[in-house]
Design a protein around this ligand. Structure first.
Ligand SMILES: [Zn+2]
Length: 120
């Protein structure tokens, strides 16, 4: 193999990588805020303003859960489905509806109460 041929092969290989780099050098994914509309836009704005969970969909540790101090469930509607993991070893979730104005007791004894939250 001649020196010229080796240099040509290296040149071809070397040209491929910079060409790809050049294609993507000035491009990136668009900012989701620019494309979002409606509810998605309001969700992104709420997250941007400091509320990391605007729909209160993260898992929350239960509190005492007594009738006087129930677990508070935020909702912008009149009712919401709540899942209670009654025991930490439990393999299933006990799902139930919690309605506004009517605290609900789970089978394990913990109470849940719906509190009103402004819609985003
Ligand atoms: Zn429970």
């Amino acid at each position: 193999m001649s020196v010229l041929r080796v240099a040509t092969q290296m040149g071809a290989a070397a040209r491929r990588v910079p060409a790809l780099s050049r294609c993507f050098a000035y491009k990136s994914f668009a900012d989701p805020m620019e494309h979002a509309t409606g509810l998605e836009k309001r969700e992104l704005l709420a997250i941007q303003s400091g509320d990391p969970d605007p729909f209160n969909s993260n898992i929350v540790e239960r509190t005492a859960g007594t009738k006087d101090q129930p677990n508070l469930v935020a909702s912008a509607f009149d009712s919401r489905i709540v899942g209670c993991i009654c025991n930490e070893d439990c393999a299933s979730v006990n799902w139930m509806w919690v309605h506004k104005g009517t605290p609900r007791r789970c089978g394990c004894g913990h109470w849940f109460k719906l509190i009103e939250k402004a819609a985003i």
